[in-house]
Design a protein around this ligand. Structure first.
Ligand SMILES: Cc1ncc(COP(=O)(O)O)c(C=O)c1O
Length: 328
């Protein structure tokens, strides 16, 4: 199969002010920060988390990377794209009983030469245990092990290259993002803490947890400790705890469709849609002081829409609408 050329050009960043009556009623100013790449699989938080892993692989002359993810994982698609662009090998341990190459995410990874290894849920649960990791390292000598979601110290360092503090309208009071394995929010906390060392401008960083993981706060704290950061105030807020990760309740899908129509910015319901839905709820409940300016990181993940369509979790019309805009 002839693959389209892959190109990792410099990310292009854009800010979008979200104007809606419910925001003006609460006197909250909301800005979305989007980071797009020529290779869409690397947009959002993806290349930012992977960039220093790839650099290390090149510097240390590793043969490739080995990583983990679910069968529709944005992280796996991003690793496959980054590996292909940089001519390195990639192996992924996928949480599934069987590698289904009709699945659009796995088909994409496979087409970019990623080796896909199915592991069942029970084995997958061991992915952070030292004995299991040792086994994987032995099985793939001279490969860099990239943790699930790219949430390592290097991933945090990469995200910390972003500046979400300075919106076009002035400095943010609150920085927010979707959070799952914790690296993204840890990186934003690190960046904002450094930016505010002299003068405390950002009051807090919020990770809106799209997974029901009670250990997420501890994971973020551990990542921050490793990064030797004296963090400004931050918290992890649970979203829609009655729905498991990636279950996409109707209200989240409807919210994404409405948001995309109204603002011309594509969002998906697993990460950014779920997180923004909760953020709007918090704004409506008066959680933020009137006059607050919130800066929200759009973390990408739009490749996941094809997987939602494949599983009939969204309709063909919803898929078309949500995939129809270039922004996001
Ligand atoms: C689109 C998208 N948004 C947000 C996140 C959450 O980032 P993290 O796992 O670093 O918390 C992910 C996972 O990497 C993601 O794919």
């Amino acid at each position: 199969m002839l693959l389209p050329p892959l190109d990792i050009a410099a990310p292009s960043a854009s800010w979008h002010q979200i104007v809606e009556p419910r925001l003006s009623e609460a006197r909250v100013d909301l800005w979305l920060y989007c980071q797009t790449m020529v290779e869409p699989m690397l947009s959002g938080n993806k290349w930012m988390k992977l960039q220093y892993h790839i650099k290390l692989i090149q510097q240390q002359q590793y043969r490739g990377l080995v990583t983990f993810g679910g069968p529709f994982s944005n992280h796996l698609a991003a690793c496959a794209a980054a590996a292909k662009c940089n001519k390195i090998n990639a192996t992924a341990y996928v949480r599934t009983d069987k590698i289904d190459l009709q699945n659009p995410t796995l088909a994409y990874c496979h087409a970019r030469g990623m080796e896909l290894v199915a592991i069942n849920r029970q084995t997958y649960r061991q992915r952070q245990q030292p004995a299991f990791l040792e086994l994987i390292t032995k099985r793939h000598p001279n490969y860099l092990l990239v943790p699930e979601g790219g949430s390592s110290a290097l991933g945090v360092q990469g995200i910390a290259d972003l500046n979400l503090t300075d919106t076009p309208a002035g400095q943010a009071d609150v920085i927010a993002t979707a959070s799952a394995s914790g690296g993204t929010v840890a990186g934003l906390i690190r960046a904002a803490s450094r930016a505010c060392e002299a003068e405390h401008v950002v009051k807090e960083v919020i990770g809106l947890a799209v997974v029901n993981d009670t250990a997420l706060t501890d994971k973020v704290a551990t990542l921050l400790k490793a990064a030797a950061v004296k963090p400004l105030p931050w918290r992890i807020i649970a979203t829609a705890t009655e729905h498991r990760y990636a279950k996409c309740p109707q209200q989240h899908i409807d919210f994404c469709c409405q948001f995309t129509k109204q603002h011309g910015i594509a969002i998906e319901p697993v990460y950014t849609g779920r997180a923004l839905y909760k953020l709007f709820q918090m704004i409506g409940e008066g959680e933020f002081t009137p006059g607050s300016r919130i800066s929200f990181f759009h973390t990408g993940g739009l490749q996941g829409l094809a997987g939602l369509r494949y599983r009939n979790l969204i309709t063909p019309q919803q898929f078309r609408l949500l995939s129809s805009t270039g922004v996001g």
